[in-house]
Design a protein. Structure first.
Length: 341
């Protein structure tokens, strides 16, 4: 009886020692969170009979990696560390071994909810996170090696649509609303600046093409007087930047005294002709009782003054009178000679 009690006591002590060892290992090996580092080993995923959980079995460095496991999440639910038992099916993960105390792998409970697929992230100190896609209908799974989906901005990385982790680089800033900086010069373009449409912090400044204002010149001053032999010069200065430009003043033209068309000929100005007037037939008739009816010569003179010009400067009546006088003279001469005979 005492021997049996002694054996039972030794067995109990051994079991207690084992529990103490596991507790010590749990407090030392699993205390640190995963901080990145080495690549986790490749694993196979299968059902862990007889518990009905997922068995994650590393192909190499099994004991080193298993000892480094510090936490497990499935679909964002944090699992607690437990032991491999017959009823381990819910929010726990466990460590199991083979061949004595050699750690072989871990088990993952299937209690992440009603979803058939679970995204399992295993954190291990000194290793990068191992991300698994688990299927509770078939107790199979595969390693999630590449993030996918999501949209990055200039402030945040893209979020993987499978595991929900941020990944990749930030997107470039978006600049669309440029405003002039009002710093254009006379001959040089200024700049314009925009603020990022997304973060409203980053700025981008570019050249404002075609914004040069051009020079603004004053009224100018004569810097070289022109002569009759040499052109002069007038200088203009920009009121903004001080740039100067010059213009030629033509030479002074001399006066030609023999040229009547010379603009300087003031000694013999041309006398303008009196305006020509038109006289009607009524105006040519003599007025009764006037002196013109008694004096035909006066009437002729008046008519000559008011008659329109026809290209012959002498009036027609004057020529008629001269013809009559000449004819009378000739006739008188012939009569006189006849009487003498």
């Amino acid at each position: 009886m005492k021997v049996q009690n002694l054996k039972f006591t030794k067995l109990a002590v051994s079991i207690m020692a084992l529990f103490l060892m596991l507790s010590f290992a749990a407090s030392t090996c699993f205390a640190q969170d995963s901080d990145g580092g080495k690549t986790p080993p490749s694993v196979t995923i299968q059902r862990n009979d007889p518990t009905g959980d997922f068995a994650v079995i590393p192909s190499s460095n099994a004991e080193e990696w298993v000892k480094s496991v510090s936490g497990v999440t499935v679909n964002g639910i944090s699992y607690s560390k437990g032991y491999v038992t017959w009823n381990q099916r819910w929010n726990e993960y466990g460590i199991y071994g083979a061949y004595g105390w050699e750690l072989k792998g871990i088990t993952i409970g299937e209690g992440w909810g009603n979803d058939d697929t679970g995204v399992c992230i295993i954190h291990a100190s000194g290793y990068e996170d191992l991300i698994l896609i688990l299927n509770k209908d078939s107790y199979t799974g595969f390693v999630h090696t590449a993030h996918t989906g999501g949209t990055a901005t200039c402030q945040e990385q893209a979020v993987c649509e499978i595991c929900g982790q941020s990944y990749g680089s930030l997107a470039a800033h978006t600049f669309t609303k440029y405003v002039s900086d009002n710093n254009a010069a006379c001959t040089e373009d200024g700049t314009k600046t925009a603020v990022c449409d997304v973060c409203h912090t980053a700025k981008d400044t570019i050249t404002d093409e075609g914004s040069a204002k051009g020079h603004t010149y004053d009224e100018g001053r004569v810097t070289k007087e022109p002569t009759t032999a040499q052109a002069g010069e007038k200088t203009y200065t920009c009121t903004v930047c001080g740039a100067v430009k010059t213009e030629e003043i033509p030479v002074i033209e001399t006066q030609d005294p023999e040229d009547p068309s010379s603009p300087d000929d003031t000694k013999n100005p041309s006398v303008p002709e009196p305006p020509k007037t038109e006289t009607s037939n009524d105006q040519l008739k003599p007025v009764q009782g006037s002196d013109h009816s008694k004096n035909p010569a006066a009437t002729q003179e008046e008519t000559g003054k008011t008659s329109p010009k026809t290209g012959d400067e002498a009036p027609y009546d004057v020529w008629l009178m001269l013809f009559i006088v000449s004819a009378a003279g000739i006739a008188g001469t012939l009569i006189y000679k006849k009487k003498l005979r």
